[in-house]
Design a protein around this ligand. Structure first.
Ligand SMILES: [Zn+2]
Length: 207
């Protein structure tokens, strides 16, 4: 191959990045593979949350989250529709929590901040495409936990961890409504995440 004057900057990383996409693609549904990703998912019947059927579904989603993190070292949230179950539940990776994984079922947003923050988001169903997206800096929502108990999320801490959780919950609730992060911005703002220092440099900015 004749060498052009300027080679792509992150060419050396591309094989590793796309190899991970191949591996995670064995259990994650990508856009274009499953029409359910663009449709609203169904509510989980609350009276069934503690049944064996749902315990198995929750366990499978948790295992997918852990497997994704083991393969890639990243990933903070996953929603059931992304593994082929079009129902309204997600797993959020919270390392400071006992068990590290929080299940939220049938969440309903009750309040949103007016302040917007921009952050470059990845999505397991569109990786390695990144959407630098503005969202409310926090939300409040109610949900059921995996014991079938109604809970409320109202944490608004301004540190990076707090901002991240509020962002991840919004991203996952969007999945339940059939929306992917890349649907929410101009396609010209999308980028490939190929720089190994990408997440070290990523930060929340006022939008
Ligand atoms: Zn996603």
């Amino acid at each position: 191959m004749n060498s052009p004057l300027i080679l792509p900057k992150f060419r050396k990383n591309k094989k590793a990045v796309f190899e991970k996409v191949i591996e995670t693609g064995q259990f994650i549904h990508f856009i274009g593979e499953n029409d359910d990703l663009r449709k609203p998912s169904s509510d989980v019947p609350v009276e069934k949350i503690k049944t064996k059927e749902y315990k198995e579904k929750f366990k499978y989603l948790k295992n997918c989250m852990l497997r994704y993190r083991k393969l890639t070292g990243v990933g903070r949230g996953i929603t059931a529709v992304q593994i082929g179950i079009p129902e309204r539940f997600s797993v959020v990776y919270m390392p400071e929590l006992k068990g590290r994984l929080l299940i939220i079922i049938n969440p309903k947003i009750t309040k949103k901040s007016k302040e917007l923050l921009k952050y470059p988001e990845m999505c397991m169903s569109a990786n390695p495409i990144i959407a630098p997206l503005a969202r409310p800096s926090w939300i409040e929502f109610e949900y059921y936990d995996e014991e079938g108990i109604k809970r409320y999320w109202k944490k608004k801490s301004g540190d990076k961890k707090g901002k991240m959780y509020n962002r991840v919950f919004q991203h996952e609730i969007d999945h339940m409504d059939g929306t992917i992060n890349i649907d929410k911005i101009d396609s010209r703002s999308l980028i490939f995440e190929l720089d190994p220092a990408f997440y070290d440099k990523a930060k929340f900015e006022k939008a």
